[in-house]
Design a protein around this ligand. Structure first.
Ligand SMILES: CCCCCCCCCCCCC/C=C/C(=O)SCCNC(=O)CCNC(=O)[C@H](O)C(C)(C)COP(=O)(O)OP(=O)(O)OC[C@H]1O[C@@H](n2cnc3c(N)ncnc32)[C@H](O)[C@@H]1OP(=O)(O)O
Length: 718
């Protein structure tokens, strides 16, 4: 709702009251209409102040209403009514003014912000555009180039930048409310015509076309295939070239197109699922609601390799003092140098004062960890080494210290078996670079206690990461699903495709990089090492093993052969591609003739593999593994899997995540295709449809939020 009160000085104060973010729900819009009308009709009122309850102006339109039938007064005429008021309306921006919240403020005649506030037209992140006049008013207020950036990225703009750009008229460190009331008194009675943004003209650069073309190029690089940012560019073009009323018409047309697109639905699904992941539960009844996290006042990181360094920086950035441990002086020195320069860069980039960073001390002595609340082990993926460390930690650390391992797939239970308190051992699987990537898989072993899960999830929040609780199995959720996806990509090469063809299809789908470019970037030796560990290749492989089969299943030795010939990806200048200029992948004629030789050596008839087949085999095999994960209870819900893929594996947000995508495509179609590909390739068991998928199809393909109820809780590994 919106509360109305009269205060001395002939001022009416209207307060949006809809916790937690004062979203513009149907009830709020009705109340705004009513209270603004009341204030404009009241002869005693000379100016109006519009604010939000609990220190937040407004988080925008109520996103929950987008999936229901629209009711209540629409936003656009409501904002127009405010702009048309003859009495000055002053918006008090505290906390946030996002999306429709900022559009509402742009309809006001003045905007006063608190210095801690943030503003933004964030609709694009929900697959929409600012369709309450934002695409037309903002360019008129701050010029086309700055507005284009804010509208197409949806980025959060600080109050300081907002005043510099002219989005707000004034910023204050003290009470924005008091400032606004005093200000309103000074402008009462002035004519409001010049303050109506709809009457302004947008300042536009001479070369508008190249500005807009540049924006489209950046959009294609950032989020290929996403409709909303492209529509935003079209709307800003309208603001630059058409009168306000026509621009508004264009804005509405574009909004109608986006609103009914599957992409908007997918992105709104991502918004809610990301928040739902924090509300974890386990079948034992433990949950975020009934389990209290332990406080983390000091943390330690063991191992200053790529991951350890990033984790130490993340902890420090969150203000947590860190002890970083290495085994030799040389590594310690190199680690210290790298961490310190990462921190300097970070604090410059984020404008963080050194005082906000947690101190980091460096040591070779594990005994220094005796007072630490939480330790994160980030050494090589070597089970024996990890067990040795956990055994030592048990004798060094406090009995209640949480012991975390940053393994990307090893058995948490086995690692925990080396600790004297296995219930305090939990997996914290960070993603590289750990100080940048948002995802944290929190891995529960069978003995992990609820308090260990709660503490790790709380840590994720403090590090500004998205924690998702998963069960213990090889590769957990994310990496386990990657395996069948990568394997399909190898098989497609064996059958006739080229790496660049596979990558193109995946990039057209929306991944920033195709799988072969990703492998070249991270190094082909990563997978090679783990295949050697598993005895799939290298010295542990039993003599006489068939080249293209392991345990009766199809196997591709292609990546092993590449590694054996020294092609490890970007770092060696060649992998699946050639890198003559640093980081620029070019198709390699050598690889093409190598693949031809390989096919003739194994009697494989090369064929043209179509784009649909590439996409379906890669994605559906990954999705199928997701269904198996649900069936085994390794993930609590399809939503959790989707959060993992969108925030950690570059799955395009506008596709919602693999499980949501499967539902959008149609589960019967996914099942049908998997059956077809499995019939054609019976030696690839990953293509055999999972029974969970069959079950969902048999039940009429219910929407994703209903799947959880169908997952058999008794098989949960969480
Ligand atoms: C067929 C033709 C159709 C025609 C078209 C019809 C068009 C109709 C529309 C007309 C025009 C619309 C134009 C405007 C659009 C918008 O405004 S879209 C919304 C834009 N707003 C945002 O993007 C902000 C989203 N929220 C946030 O970024 C954050 O929540 C926050 C505000 C920064 C607060 O963060 P934090 O404090 O970390 O809290 P959270 O955990 O994120 O959120 C707390 C709970 O609040 C819920 N919530 C947040 N924002 C909204 C919202 N806008 N609507 C509804 N609910 C919201 C959030 O889900 C959390 O809920 P719980 O998880 O249940 O706790």
């Amino acid at each position: 709702m919106a509360l109305y009160r009269r205060i001395p000085g002939a001022i009416a104060v209207i307060t949006l009251t809809n916790p937690p973010v004062n979203a513009l729900s149907c009830t709020v819009r009705e109340a705004i209409y009513e209270t603004v009308k009341r204030a404009t009709a009241d002869q005693e009122v000379k100016a109006i102040v519009l604010c939000g309850a609990n220190g937040k102006f407004c988080g925008g339109a109520d996103i929950k209403e987008f999936s229901r039938e629209m009711r209540g007064p629409p936003l656009v005429p409501m904002i127009d009514m405010i702009e048309e008021s003859e009495k000055p309306v002053v918006a008090v921006i505290e906390g946030v003014a996002f999306g429709g919240g900022l559009e509402l403020a742009l309809g006001c005649h003045y905007r006063i912000a608190h210095s801690g506030a943030q503003v933004g037209l964030t609709e694009v992140t929900l697959g929409l555009l600012p369709a309450a006049g934002g695409t037309q008013r903002l360019p008129r207020l701050i010029g086309v180039p700055a507005a284009l950036d804010i509208i197409t990225t949806g980025r959060h703009v600080s109050a300081q930048e907002a005043v510099r750009l002219g989005i707000v008229d004034k910023v204050t460190d003290s009470s924005a409310m008091e400032e606004a009331i005093e200000f309103a008194k000074t402008v009462a009675g002035e004519p409001m015509g010049p303050r109506r943004l709809s009457l302004w003209t947008a300042a536009c650069p001479e070369d508008l076309d190249s500005l807009l073309e540049g924006a489209l190029v950046r959009i294609r690089q950032r989020s290929r295939g996403a409709l909303a940012p492209v529509a935003c560019v079209q709307a800003v073009r309208a603001a630059a070239s058409l009168p306000f009323a026509q621009g508004m018409k264009k804005e509405q047309e574009l909004m109608a197109y986006l609103f009914t697109s599957g992409q908007a639905r997918a992105m709104q699904y991502c918004f809610f699922t990301q928040r739902a992941a924090a509300r974890w539960t386990t079948p034992s009844g433990a949950s975020w609601e009934n389990t209290k996290a332990r406080p983390v006042r000091q943390a330690a990181v063991i191992g200053l390799g790529t991951m350890g360094k990033g984790i130490a920086v993340s902890l420090s950035r969150a203000g947590i003092p860190v002890i970083a441990v290495e085994t030799e002086q040389k590594r310690l020195k190199a680690g210290r140098k790298a961490v310190n320069s990462m921190l300097t860069r970070e604090s410059q980039k984020r404008g963080l004062a050194e005082a906000h960073l947690g101190s980091i001390s460096f040591t070779l002595d594990l005994r220094k960890l005796r007072d630490t609340d939480l330790v994160i082990e980030a050494v090589f993926e070597d089970m024996a080494l990890k067990k040795q460390i956990f055994s030592k930690l048990s004798s060094v650390c406090r009995p209640d210290a949480l012991l975390c391992t940053n393994t990307s797939g090893l058995n948490i239970d086995e690692i925990a078996s080396a600790a004297s308190r296995p219930e305090l051992v939990v997996g914290t699987h960070f993603f590289a670079p750990a100080h940048v990537m948002k995802l944290l898989e929190v891995v529960c072993g069978p003995r992990t206690s609820p308090v260990a899960v709660a503490t790790a999830m709380q840590l994720a929040k403090r590090l500004e990461k998205i924690g998702v609780v998963v069960g213990n199995c090889s590769g957990f959720v994310g990496n386990r699903m990657m395996r069948p996806y990568t394997e399909q990509a190898y098989y497609l090469l064996e059958e006739g495709a080229r790496p660049e063809e596979v990558d193109l299809v995946l990039e057209e789908f929306g991944f920033a990089m195709g799988i072969f470019r990703v492998m070249d970037l991270s190094g082909l030796d990563v997978g090679w090492r783990s295949r050697k560990e598993l005895g799939l290749t290298g010295p542990k492989l039993p003599p006489g093993t068939e080249a293209r089969s392991r345990g009766g299943k199809r196997y591709s030795p292609l990546p092993d052969i590449l590694c054996e010939s020294g092609r490890l990806g970007q770092k060696t200048g060649r992998g699946w591609y050639l890198y003559e200029k640093e980081r620029v992948a070019t198709p390699d004629p050598w690889l093409q003739s190598f693949l031809e030789d390989y096919r003739s050596r194994f009697g494989i008839q090369s064929r043209r593999v179509g784009q649909d087949e590439i996409l379906e085999r890669c994605l559906y095999s990954l999705i199928n593994e997701g269904f198996r994960i649900l069936q085994e209870g390794i993930a609590a819900s399809p939503e959790d899997i989707d959060v993992i893929y969108v925030s950690g594996y570059g799955w395009p947000r506008h596709r919602g995540g693999p499980m949501f995508y499967a539902w959008m495509v149609g589960l019967p179609k996914v099942l049908d295709k998997l059956e077809h590909y499995h019939r054609t390739h019976p030696d690839i068991p990953n293509l055999a449809p999972s029974s969970m998928l069959r079950k969902l199809v048999a039940r009429g393909s219910p929407p994703v939020h209903q799947w959880r109820a169908l997952i058999q809780q008794h098989s949960s590994q969480l």
